[in-house]
Design a protein around this ligand. Structure first.
Ligand SMILES: [Zn+2]
Length: 419
């Protein structure tokens, strides 16, 4: 399958981008292709990488806003999640993919359950996905066995799809919902199977205080003691990391997904120490977190939020410039996942978004589009191209009405359905 993006603006020049299967193979020459996408008047940008989300949580978008984290989880989220069926997850993931396509995301790292359903949805919608079946054992050995069995089954089903765009990941939820034995077991499986590991780390002060009380160590130091942290680990949040923990992440090569909107919405109380982490050379990307703790999956919005949150938190407007926020959402995320995407260059994995600058918000264009990380984010609607065998898309929102029809009324039924 080949795609030609014709007459598109790239780095200030009008050119052509040729994609064969899942790679950009040539820039500059107009060639015959199976699909030709008209890029006239549009700007090509690398597709965005959402480095932390729980895609089916779009079903619970706006359900239980403005509550304290524990109350939100216990009274609103967990009771509803207990009722979710595989079919709900499938349609939730379809809706999430549709939203990501429309806001420029081509790749996402996801943690939830029934992830084989998310895999099906992502494959059909043409996105690149790294999928972790969430493991929560609450320290109960029998529960741990059931969770590892479910993760193994989900990963086998994901691998059976044989899509190079969809990869299984191992997802122990947090160090306070997963036992030491299970965290060690995750590390062993990851070493054996070559899976990435994804977990939440240092989101709240309570997590840090509890870790010190229980293990005598701060969260990152505890995970390091277990031998869990390494360059194949991506942790989400990192709001309460201290300098010793930043050193641990840098030394082990652990990657971090900054989720500024979720942290602010759930009042994490402290911003991820971005400047110190950058100084230490920690690889970072951007995530939205689940829609229920953000209310959308819009990475352009996350870029702006990250930039202004970090400036505010550091009391320094030079911290996290817009171009750096854009880099986090593209190359940073790609590097964290170990894929050679995030830049539009020959031989790179295809993942592009075409945006139409003929809108009020990006006018006038003082800056290169890479600086749009802090511009008002409503101008990115456009065509998304995420290459891959059987998954090259020329248009956004294929089957949009069907997805909205299925995933719209479902959640209303869900919240009234008996468990
Ligand atoms: Zn999360």
């Amino acid at each position: 399958m080949s795609v030609l993006l014709r007459d598109v603006e790239l780095d200030g020049q009008v050119t052509h981008i040729y994609i064969e299967d899942n790679r950009i193979t040539e820039i500059g020459k107009a060639r015959e292709a199976d699909v030709v996408v008209e890029g006239k008047g549009k700007i090509a940008l690398p597709g965005l990488v959402n480095l932390h989300t729980h895609s089916p949580m779009v079903l619970l978008r706006g359900f239980g806003d403005d509550l304290a984290l524990q109350q939100w989880l216990e009274s609103r989220i967990w009771p509803q999640e207990a009722k979710l069926t595989p079919d709900d997850i499938y349609w939730g993931a379809k809706l999430a993919c549709l939203e990501m396509i429309k806001t420029g995301t081509t790749t996402f790292l996801d943690m939830y359950f029934h992830m084989d359903q998310v895999a099906r949805a992502a494959k059909e919608m043409g996105l690149r996905a790294f999928l972790a079946e969430g493991i929560i054992d609450l320290g109960v050995p029998s529960r741990a066995d059931a969770q590892f069995k479910a993760a193994d089954e989900a990963n086998r089903k994901i691998e059976a799809l044989r899509s190079p765009r969809i990869r299984p990941v191992l997802g122990p939820h947090t160090l306070y919902t997963v036992s030491e034995a299970s965290l060690r077991r995750c590390r062993e499986i990851a070493d054996k199977k070559g899976y990435l590991l994804h977990t939440h780390l240092s989101e709240t002060k309570r997590e840090v205080d509890d870790s010190i009380a229980q293990h005598g160590l701060r969260p990152a130091a505890y995970l390091d003691k277990l031998g869990f942290l390494a360059k194949d680990v991506i942790v989400a949040h990192g709001c309460w990391l201290d300098p010793t923990e930043i050193d641990i992440l840098a030394r082990t090569g652990t990657k971090v997904a900054h989720c500024p909107t979720s942290n602010m919405k759930l009042a994490a109380g402290q911003a991820m120490p971005y400047a110190a982490m950058k100084e230490s050379g920690v690889v970072m990307g951007l995530g939205t977190d689940g829609a229920a703790s953000n209310n959308n999956l819009d990475l352009f919005e996350a870029m702006k939020t990250a930039a202004i949150l970090q400036k505010f938190a550091h009391r320094d407007p030079t911290v996290l410039p817009a171009s750096e926020a854009f880099q986090l959402a593209t190359l940073g995320g790609a590097q964290a996942l170990g894929i050679d995407a995030g830049l539009i260059q020959p031989e790179r994995l295809a993942g592009l978004v075409l945006v139409d600058p003929r809108r009020p918000e990006p006018t006038p264009r003082h800056h290169h589009p890479r600086h749009w990380g802090d511009a008002a984010p409503r101008h990115r609607r456009g065509t998304l191209v995420c290459g891959g065998p059987g998954g090259t898309k020329g248009r956004p929102g294929e089957g949009e009405a069907g997805v909205l029809g299925q995933a719209g009324p479902g959640p209303r039924r869900l919240v009234t359905r008996e468990a």
